[in-house]
Design a binder for this molecule. Sequence first.
Ligand SMILES: C[C@](O)(CO)[C@H](O)COP(=O)(O)OP(=O)(O)OC[C@H]1O[C@@H](n2ccc(N)nc2=O)[C@H](O)[C@@H]1O
Ligand SMILES: Nc1ncnc2c1ncn2[C@@H]1O[C@H](COP(=O)(O)OP(=O)(O)OP(=O)(O)O)[C@@H](O)[C@H]1O
Length: 284
Amino acid sequence: MKIYEKAPAKINLMLDVLHKRRDGFHEVEMIMTMVDLADRLEMSELPRDTIFISSQAGYIPLDEKNLAFQAARLIKERYDVRTGVHIHLDKKIPVAAGLAGGSSDAAATLRGLNRLWRLNIPDQELQELGAELGSDVPFCITGGTALATGRGEKLTPMPNPPQCWVILAKPPINVSTADVYGRFRSDKIVRHPSAAKMEQAIRNQSFTEVCGQMGNVLEDVTLKLYPEVQHLKDAMIRLGADGVLMSGSGPTVFGLVSKESKVARIYNGLRGFCKEVYAVRMLT
Ligand SMILES: C[C@](O)(CO)[C@H](O)COP(=O)(O)OP(=O)(O)OC[C@H]1O[C@@H](n2ccc(N)nc2=O)[C@H](O)[C@@H]1O
Ligand SMILES: Nc1ncnc2c1ncn2[C@@H]1O[C@H](COP(=O)(O)OP(=O)(O)OP(=O)(O)O)[C@@H](O)[C@H]1O
């Protein structure tokens, strides 16, 4: 039997860091949603009790460092499953981009193996398992749009923002999430984005208000470390995107665009100096 799962990328419409906790993680307030740029996973049972990962992408680890491997191992151990599985990852989401590619693969693996092995684990429990793998994994289990607090694992579902185009551009640099959080200083932040105001903008279904409430305090670290991310933001604004922000810890920058007639111009303008550019729809 074969199971297929789609693992979409996430963007942070707003991201605020409240303080550093005793366990080393940061207390955050984020509103996240998903975009129509997705990895595809194919899961099939193996006769031997082993986890085998394959991918067309030559640039990700295929051993126990892969988050899909870790997800499969966790669910096997916790539910005492003695069957093996082959997971093929068709990677489309850029890696180490701030788009939760690995986290979404881990979440899709938990969802898929729950079906393949008929474990009937409720979403809430899958999210708790996911939290053991990474802060973004619980959100990726159910997707949609949500307010995430705690270290990102406490989720309150929200309505989806108004439909629009999302243009994503990833400069050719790899950013470490741990490094960005490690360098973050809350006393340096002049303006904190407001989760409450973004939530209201979404409830109003006002595209203009959503663009006005976008903000990510981690830009303060990443933009200083990598000026090319700032240049990419400037270019997207100049080309006419309605709201522009870095996703997560970066380095991907996304632009929200309401008019389809503007998409090709922004896409082509960015392709002039950035190889990895995607124009997709918000997943609503
Ligand atoms: C930047 C975001 O992607 C925004 O959605 C997330 O906050 C990070 O989520 P993630 O990549 O799943 O992060 P994890 O794998 O859990 O943590 C990676 C590292 O980031 C730091 N980290 C992460 C989340 C958090 N709330 N506080 C932190 O300080 C920790 O040093 C941790 O060791
Ligand atoms: N299935 C996977 N897909 C992509 N990267 C993976 C996977 N498993 C492990 N990794 C490793 O995880 C690291 C981070 O990759 P990922 O694409 O998940 O980052 P990210 O998009 O910045 O995540 P986040 O937004 O959650 O911080 C990379 O160094 C990569 O080698």
